[in-house]
Design a protein. Structure first.
Lengths: 295, 808, 206
């Protein structure tokens, strides 16, 4: 068996259960948006630890750089200037994979073992199994995976599964100068979030709360938000994210039903042949045709 | 910092003004967040822009760049008018009660003694009234109209909220809200810490910006307290260290001052710098100046320095005229300088008015650049499109590039903003032919010395006699240097109370600057670093972060100057009887026989409270100065406009054209002529840094270039609309000295302010781009900035000037 | 099988080639498509050199097939216009399936079932092509909603088309003497007379 911390709970395109005898602690990363200063140290740590170097891009009129997630940028800071109650707020959100308990990417993925959910909750892409179809992008409710233009593989934040496996916090957590990114068991993180939310409420943010959307079964990356009632303020963080019903249909019921239907058609044909016999040209018909010919 | 980084977590109010700690000091800013999280502290930001610091603040108030003294003067007015001061503290620990010379006046924006022609003051009247023993006279009732307290009150009575609003543009209710936050910390058990940086220093009255806050912190009783203090956040990880070691031409190491032409001999020099106590029984610590200075001469000239030859006083250069950066480049520009060694410095990018700097460099015969990076300065002569329009055919300067190693490729010490000296070990070898800065300078020195030895010269003594007792002369080790800086006994050092008792035997490292002597028996390269490498070893290499008090007073982590003291003026954290003002945050207390606690006492350890030795031991009066005659433009900070201002008159002295801008600031004629006027350049511009970059270095680093790739300027939505500029458009920003082009970032974060009844827009420009590096090539922002500095430090006015902007 | 000069020409060589180009493409598409559709079929990707090759090839084969399907459509659509007799035939398809085709209405070149098959397959090809373009990540990135919709349409249309092709192939096997029409292009007169009497009369003039 592999490291216990990397026991597999779910595997893409696999219909049989994963080994589940061992119990692993569920982990989570907590991002306290209210103490994040948008310094991008997490972006740099991510690039360094994962040996990623994106293009030197352009200024597109905002502080966001790189301007979006890419195969080589697994996390970006998104800056939103919003006015709330006549007061300007600069909401800075670290965007990246949310590590859903019910991951849309994994559900959509057709390649066995290309997407793995570890028992600790981390959702990881194993590029050696990835076929580059992009179904993970179609399945993700948060628009996170990116397909490389160079190798056509899908990439996203791995929550530093390699670090976590050996008891280290993810690189972004390790580097965050203000302690706005924390890591631990999901339980602990929720407790910590409670403390932060109480503090925010005492400072007048009545709607402060934890973003751990249940539509995807909860996430292993959670946010403390000043306005949990309006997550859209934070550069369009979805309010009630869930796997799209279309994706559920496509990768849910459709799969067994359609397979059965095809099987039924095939078998139906076989039995039809066996039971009814072939539709041959009758002797009578042949004779009549010959007769007509000779006329 | 009078306090230190970790101590920020002890504050009840963290004020970020004159800086953007979250942006420029993200690691240190963690302590502001800790204060918020664990102490329920409030965080307040005052800035022309809604900054990254503002993003996590409880409250934000805007102000116009260059109007900080008006704002803070208004705060002083509020504190005095609403009686929100720490009375006992002010009465005993400041010079509030001191009586001032009745000849001292303030009229029409000017203090008494102004000389308009020389643009300076005769400070004769800015003095205490002295009694027959030479002690300052006081009125403990604080009622005498000539006492500092009454003068202060009178001076700042003019800083009404209405006038503050007119000058700063801060809406009145927002200004008052900030006042309330600050005033709350007048309670003895409440403290405010102030985090500032270049947003206060880089003005033509930068030092006075900080002085105004020093007055506020003194009135509130926040100096010396855990969670209080005046905290300058320094830029480079070791900029505090470089300042300590004398980056200013007018200083010697440890803030000793350079001899000048007016100090013909050692005796005169020392007499002028060794003050007498101004109140009875005070420590008057600068009385030890001769010990520090003599030990420095012994460190430099060793055995050659003897009592008989005045410890080689004559070998020291005597300062003739200003030696600051602006003065230097002005002389270069006039063709009065032919060689320039530029070490770890990129003046083409970082000094104001790039054109002047470029023209000046072109007049040199040679330029030596010692740097790990290919700096813009080292290619000032090379055409880089419109980013650097140089004509090499017309430039004769010979440029030598000496590649040096980077910080991580060197062993040595850093001194951080909190004065903590920390040893660090090299992580990797430098690439290619790079060499440590120490080796490069040692090589240059040995070559010079050999040339003097061979060819002689006009004055070889100072070079030939310099101590150079390193094991490998061409490669002095950082360890040897720090030992030399820390100091050692050359002969036996005796106990002053018992002349037979040797406290430091000859040859040993001293344990602290108290062991320095002025008889030549000790050497010390920088007295404030005294004892950082004692007989116990390299104390700066200590890494014990145990914190028994929980206040972050990790006394066994590195070594803080002076004397490993973490909070300066910590005696002021106790009342007269020696009890902490706030027992929950006690750093010190009188134990009955001595001062003890969680810090090294900033006080003679056995000075019982009834001896009335006051806490501010570095002043001859023993108390904090609300009235500070040392400043160039006046003992009380007064608001003056930036040299490029949208206003025609100074609203605080509207009838005096001389006081529109700092009357005591030095301005060169040619630079005065290229100051822009508001009719041509209607927008206030301020320059600043971004968290993604460090100065002009990290444009050479791929990771930094990725996170902030291209030069931009920030403007408010209203100005953008007026000018038809859309987010992401290319714009051209002009000042009277040149132009830059960059991408426009249109933002809600730059408010339009009402200044003196007129809408005033701000243009913000980050500085980090240039024509060398991995980022997209950009213009040097300092093409735009004016060539004028603070009257005291000559730090250029990068933070407030005028520009115009159009779509490119 | 012995060729008989009296056999009737049912398909020209061009028509046969076109059919088989489309047919082979379809088989490849169905095999690779099923592999992406359900994990049980994933091993089919090995036929293409592995998952990634299957993913790369599938859309190109799709475009290829779509092109030839259009040609085929242009060749045959007129012949597949439904008539009243076709509807009558379709109404009585039960008898046909039951193996009792003696009383079925007289059919032209194509019977009602074949025509229905033609139009159903045409609709499938159109849907598969459009939805296939929508989900072709390597080339296009339309709005995510469209991609998701495309994925469902592609899957449904694909399954339906595979089922239809099953029926198509089975019908050819079941009706003896049919397959040779697509191999050699000819059918026997008796076959034509029995299954497509109107076409038989038309061709032979009898």
């Amino acid at each position: 068996m592999a490291l216990q911390s990397l026991d597999i709970a779910r595997r893409s395109a696999t219909t049989t259960p994963a080994p589940g005898a061992r119990q692993t602690t569920e982990v989570a990363k907590l991002i306290d948006v209210s103490t994040c200063i948008g310094c991008k140290a997490c972006q740099v740590a991510c690039m360094e630890w994962n040996d990623l170097r994106d293009e030197v891009g352009n200024c597109v009129g905002v502080y966001d750089n790189p301007a979006d997630l890419t195969d080589k940028t697994w996390t970006v800071m998104r800056f939103a200037e919003v006015e709330q109650g006549g007061r300007l707020e600069w909401l800075i959100r670290k965007d990246g994979c949310m590590h859903c308990a019910d991951p849309g990417c994994l559900k959509a993925c057709p390649a066995p073992g290309a997407i793995i959910q570890y028992a600790n909750g981390i959702v990881d892409f194993h590029q050696e199994n990835c076929i580059g179809c992009g179904y993970c992008v179609t399945g993700c409710p948060f628009n996170i995976p990116r397909i490389s233009k160079e190798d056509s593989k899908a990439y996203k934040c791995s929550l530093c599964s390699d670090r976590v496996a050996v008891g280290q916090a993810p690189a972004c957590v390790k580097t965050c100068p203000t302690g706005a990114i924390m890591f631990g068991s999901k339980e602990q993180m929720k407790e910590h979030a409670d403390k932060r939310i109480r503090d925010l409420k005492s400072r007048g943010f009545a709607n402060a709360g934890l973003y751990d959307p249940q539509g995807v079964g909860g996430t292993h990356v959670m946010y403390v938000l000043h306005h949990v009632d309006k997550p859209q303020l934070y550069s369009d963080l979805p309010k009630d994210p869930a796997i799209s019903p279309l994706v559920s249909l496509w990768k849910g019921m459709a799969k067994p039903l359609a397979s059965l239907a095809l099987g039924a058609v095939a078998l139906g044909s076989l039995f039809h042949y066996v039971m009814k016999g072939p539709n041959e040209v009758s002797k009578e018909s042949e004779r009549e045709a010959e007769k007509e010919e000779s006329q | 910092m009078t306090n230190h980084w970790v101590d920020i977590k002890n504050a009840d109010l963290v004020l970020v003004m004159g800086g953007n700690a979250a942006e420029a000091h993200p690691c240190g800013f963690k302590w502001a967040i800790e204060a918020k999280k664990d102490r329920k502290a409030k965080l307040v930001t005052v800035d022309p822009r809604f900054t990254r610091s503002a993003a996590v603040s409880d409250y934000y108030a805007p102000l116009r760049a260059g109007s900080d003294i008006a704002f803070l003067g208004g705060v002083i007015h509020y504190l005095l008018a609403n009686d929100k001061i720490h009375h006992d503290y002010v009465k005993h620990y400041s010079n509030a009660a001191f009586l001032i010379n009745p000849g001292f006046k303030f009229e029409d924006g000017l203090f008494s003694g102004y000389n308009a022609e020389k643009r300076n003051y005769d400070k004769a009247t800015w003095s205490y009234q002295l009694d027959k023993d030479g002690f300052a006279m006081v009125d403990e009732s604080l009622q005498d109209p000539n006492c500092v307290f009454q003068l202060l009150k009178k001076h700042y009575s003019r800083y009404t909220p209405e006038l503050v609003n007119k000058v700063t543009g801060t809406p009145k209710e927002q200004f008052l809200k900030v006042c309330e936050y600050i005033a709350d910390t007048a309670a003895p058990d409440k403290t405010m810490t102030i985090l500032y940086a270049l947003g206060w220093t880089q003005h033509s009255k930068g030092s006075q910006n900080i002085r105004t806050m020093a007055i506020i912190q003194t009135l509130l009783g926040n100096m010396g307290m855990a969670g209080g203090g005046i905290n300058a956040l320094r830029g480079h990880a070791n900029v505090q260290g470089i300042t300590d070691m004398c980056t200013f031409g007018a200083n010697l190491p440890g803030y000793l001052t350079c001899p000048t032409d007016a100090d013909p001999d050692r005796k005169t020099y020392l007499e002028k710098r060794t003050p007498k106590p101004l109140r009875p029984g005070q420590m008057n610590f600068p009385q030890n100046y001769p010990k520090w200075f003599t030990s420095l001469c012994k460190a430099w000239y060793g055995n050659a320095a003897t009592k008989e030859n005045d410890f080689c006083y004559d070998w020291l250069p005597k300062l003739a005229g200003a030696q600051d950066t602006l003065a230097m480049f002005d002389r270069m520009h006039q063709g009065k300088m032919n060689g320039f060694v530029c070490q770890g410095f990129n003046p083409l990018a970082s000094v104001s008015n790039k054109k002047k700097v470029g023209d000046a460099l072109a007049k040199l015969k040679y330029l030596v650049v010692i740097d790990p990076l290919v700096t813009d300065t080292s290619e000032f002569w090379k055409p880089h499109g419109e980013f650097n329009e140089a004509d090499p055919a017309k430039i004769a300067t010979e440029v030598f590039r000496l590649p040096s190693t980077l910080f991580a490729e060197q062993t040595g010490s850093y001194t951080n903003s909190g004065r903590v000296i920390q040893w660090h070990w090299k992580a990797a070898d430098g690439p290619g032919e790079s060499r440590d800065d120490i080796d490069i300078v040692a090589g240059l020195f040995l070559k010079l010395k050999a040339m003097y030895a061979k060819d002689g010269g006009k004055f070889p003594d100072a070079i030939m006699g310099l101590t150079w007792a390193y094991r490998q002369p061409a490669r002095p080790s950082p360890e040897e240097l720090l030992q030399e800086i820390s100091g050692k006994a050359l002969g036996d050092v005796f106990d002053p109370k018992d002349a037979t008792k040797v406290i430091v035997p000859a040859g040993q490292q001293i344990a602290g600057f108290a062991q320095l002597r002025d008889d030549g028996s000790t050497s010390c390269g920088n007295w404030i670093y005294g004892g950082c490498w004692s007989q116990a070893g390299n104390l700066t290499a200590r890494r014990d972060n145990s914190d028994p008090s929980g206040l972050g007073q990790t006394l066994n982590w590195g070594f803080a100057w002076p004397a490993n003291r973490r909070i300066i003026y910590n005696r002021a954290s106790c009342d007269l009887s020696g009890k902490p003002w706030d027992p929950k945050r006690a750093v010190l207390r009188w134990t009955g026989t001595a001062w003890g606690g969680n810090d090294i006492p900033d006080m003679r350890p056995d000075a019982a409270p009834d001896q009335n030795v006051m806490p501010f031991i570095m002043t001859p009066e023993g108390v904090a100065r609300l009235f500070a005659p040392g400043m160039a433009e006046g003992p009380f900070p007064e608001h003056y406009e930036p040299f490029e201002t949208p206003l025609e008159k100074n609203p605080f002295s509207p009838n005096n054209p001389k006081t529109l801008s700092n009357p005591a600031a030095r301005v060169y004629k040619a630079d005065m002529e290229v100051f822009g006027k508001a009719k041509d350049f209607p927008y206030v511009c301020t320059t600043y840094r971004l968290v993604e970059h460090y100065h002009f270095w990290t444009k050479h680093s791929k990771l930094n270039a990725i996170t902030q790739p291209e030069q931009f300027v920030e403007i408010g939505e209203e100005l953008a609309k007026e000018k038809g500029i859309a987010n992401g458009d290319k714009v051209k920003v002009r000042s009277n000295r040149g132009f830059i082009k960059a991408v426009a970032v249109v933002t809600k974060r730059i408010p339009t302010l009402m200044i003196d009844g007129r809408k005033t827009h701000t243009v913000g420009i980050p500085i980090h781009w240039g024509f060398k590096g991995l980022t997209k090539p950009g213009f040097i922002t300092n093409t735009l900035t004016p060539y004028v500095g603070d009257a005291n430090s000559q730090t250029p006015e990068y933070k407030a000037f005028l520009v115009n902007i159009e779509k490119a | 099988m012995i060729r008989d000069p009296k056999d009737l020409q049912r398909y020209t060589p061009q028509e046969r080639a076109n059919h088989w180009v489309v047919g082979i493409s379809f088989i490849l598409l169905a095999l690779s498509g099923l592999a992406f559709f359900h994990p049980a079929f994933y091993p089919l990707t090995y036929l293409f050199g592995g998952g990634t090759w299957a993913r790369i090839l599938h859309p190109y084969i799709g475009v290829f097939m779509a092109f030839f399907a259009v040609l085929m459509y242009l060749r045959f659509w007129r012949l597949n216009v439904m008539t009243k007799t076709d509807k009558e035939w379709l109404d009585r398809i039960g008898e046909m399936v039951d193996g009792n085709d003696h009383n079925m209405p007289e059919q032209g070149k194509y019977n009602g079932g074949q025509k229905a098959m033609f139009w159903a397959l045409t609709v499938c090809v159109v849907l598969l092509t459009i939805s296939g373009v929508l989900i072709w990540r390597a080339q296009f990135s339309p709005p995510i909603g469209l991609v998701r919709f495309g994925a469902v349409v592609h899957a449904v249309a694909g399954v339906v088309m595979i089922a239809l092709i099953f029926v198509h192939v089975y019908a050819a096997i079941w009706t003896k003497g049919t397959i040779r029409a697509m191999w050699y292009g000819t059918v026997t007169r008796a076959w034509a007379r029995q299954h497509h009497r109107a076409w038989y009369r038309e061709t032979t003039g009898k």
